[in-house]
Design a protein around this ligand. Structure first.
Ligand code: ACO
Length: 321
C-alpha cells in the first residue's frame, strides 16, 4: 500500500496589532504609504514585542493545528521548525517547541532555508512519513524578522513582519502530498543575507538583513515559475489543474508576475502580503491557514505551495487537501 502524508490540521499566530505604513512613518522611518504600497503591496505587518520568541509563536500556531487535526502533542513523532530567527544558537527552536508542547521522544530539529524554509521542512516531513518511519509530524514556520532588521535601512525594514504558521501531517492511504521539489544556488548567497558572526562573545561582521532588491526580484520570479512547472509535471499535472497557488508572500509584484507567467487567474492565488508583510518561513503556512479557515481551500482541492529566499533557495510542495 502506498503511504501518503496528508495535512490534517493548520494553525497560525500573528503577534500584536497590525502596524501600518503610516505607523512606520510616525516611528521616524523616512518612507511613505505610497512608496511601500506601490512597490510591494504591503500595507500592514505584525511586529513582536520584546521577549516574544519564534518558539513561543510556534507553540501558539501549533496548538491550533493540533486541535484541528485532533492530535495530541504526545502523539507526534516528528517536529520540524523552519526558522532563520531561532530563539538561540542552540538548542533548536524545534526542541524548545517540543518542550513547550510537552512532547517527549519525537525527532525534533530546525531547517534553515530562510523564506523557503517551510516548503523545505514540509518536503522533508513528507519523505519521513512516506518512508514509513514516522506517522504524525508537526511542521512549523516561525520568524521574528523584526529582530534582524536595520531600522535605519528603509529599503529593507519596511518589507518584513513576524509570525508563525503550522501544519500537522499524518500518514494516510489517501493523498496527500503529490510532489515536492527543492533547490538552491549558493553562488547567489550574497544577494540576501545576514552576514554577521558571533565569536568570542562578540558580534563581528554585519548582524542585519542585507538585500540586493532588484537581483532578488528577478531571481524570485524565474525560480518560482520554474519550480511550479517542475512540481506540477512530477505529479502528472499542469498549472491549469491547480485550485490554489500559495506563493511565498514577499511582494505583490513577484506574486502577480508568477501567477501571470503560470497562466493562473488572480482569484486562484492566495495573497496575505498586504496584511502580513514578508514573514519569511512563516509566510506560506500563515496564508494556508487563512485560506483553509475562511473556507476557500476545500478538501479534495489541489494546492501548490512555493517558497524562495536567501541561500538562494527555492522549492514547492503540491498536495491534495
Ligand atoms: N521609502 C521611500 N523610498 C525608499 C524606500 C522606502 N522604504 N526604500 C528605498 N527607497 C528609495 C531609494 O533610496 C531609492 O532612492 P534614489 O532613487 O533617490 O536613490 C529609490 O527608493 C529606489 O530604490 P530601489 O532600491 O532601487 O527601489 P526598487 O524599485 O528596486 O524597489 C524593492 C525596492 C521594493 C525592495 C524591490 O527591489 C523589490 O521588491 N525587490 C524584491 C525583494 C523582496 O521582495 N525581498 C523580500 C525578501 S526576499 C524574499 O523573500 C524572496
Amino acid at each position: 500500500m502506498t503511504i501518503y502524508s496528508r495535512i490534517t490540521g493548520v494553525g497560525s499566530f500573528l503577534p500584536g496589532k497590525p502596524v501600518s505604513n503610516d505607523d512606520l512613518v510616525a516611528r521616524g522611518i523616512e518612507t511613505s504609504d505610497e512608496w511601500i504600497t506601490s512597490r510591494t503591496g504591503i500595507r500592514f505587518r505584525h511586529l513582536s514585542e520584546a521577549g516574544l520568541t519564534s518558539s513561543q509563536m510556534a507553540r501558539e500556531a501549533a496548538l491550533k493545528a493540533l486541535e484541528m487535526a485532533d492530535v495530541a502533542a504526545a502523539e507526534l513523532d516528528l517536529i520540524i521548525v523552519a526558522t532563520s530567527t531561532p530563539d538561540y544558537i542552540f538548542p533548536s527552536t524545534a526542541c524548545l517547541l517540543q518542550g513547550a508542547l510537552g512532547n517527549k521522544g519525537a525527532a525534533a530539529f530546525d531547517v534553515q532555508a530562510v523564506c523557503s524554509g517551510f516548503v523545505h521542512a514540509l518536503a522533508i516531513a513528507d519523505k519521513f512519513i512516506r518512508s514509513g518511519s514516522h506517522n504524525k509530524a508537526l511542521v512549523v514556520g516561525a520568524e521574528v524578522f523584526s529582530r534582524i532588521l536595520d531600522w535605519q535601512d528603509r529599503g529593507t525594514c519596511v518589507l518584513f513582519g513576524d509570525g508563525a504558521g503550522a501544519v500537522v501531517l499524518e500518514a494516510s492511504a489517501q493523498p496527500g502530498i503529490l510532489a515536492t521539489a527543492l533547490h538552491a544556488d549558493g553562488s547567489q548567497a550574497s544577494i540576501l543575507s545576514v552576514p554577521g558572526q558571533i565569536s568570542g562573545g562578540q558580534v563581528s561582521g554585519d548582524p542585519f538583513l542585507r538585500m540586493e532588491g532588484q537581483a532578488v526580484f528577478k531571481a524570485a520570479v524565474r525560480v518560482l515559475v520554474d519550480v511550479a512547472r517542475e512540481c506540477c509535471a512530477a505529479a502528472g499535472m499542469s498549472p491549469a489543474d491547480l485550485d490554489w497557488l500559495i506563493p511565498h508572500q514577499a511582494n505583490i509584484r513577484i506574486i502577480e508576475a508568477t501567477g501571470k507567467k503560470m497562466g493562473l487567474p488572480k482569484d486562484k492565488v492566495v495573497v496575505t502580503v498586504d496584511r502580513h508583510g514578508n514573514t519569511s518561513a512563516a509566510s506560506v503556512p500563515l496564508a494556508l491557514d487563512e485560506a483553509v479557515r475562511d473556507g476557500r481551500i476545500q478538501r479534495g482541492q489541489r494546492v501548490l505551495l512555493e517558497g524562495v529566499g536567501g541561500g538562494f533557495t527555492w522549492g514547492a510542495v503540491l498536495f491534495e487537501f
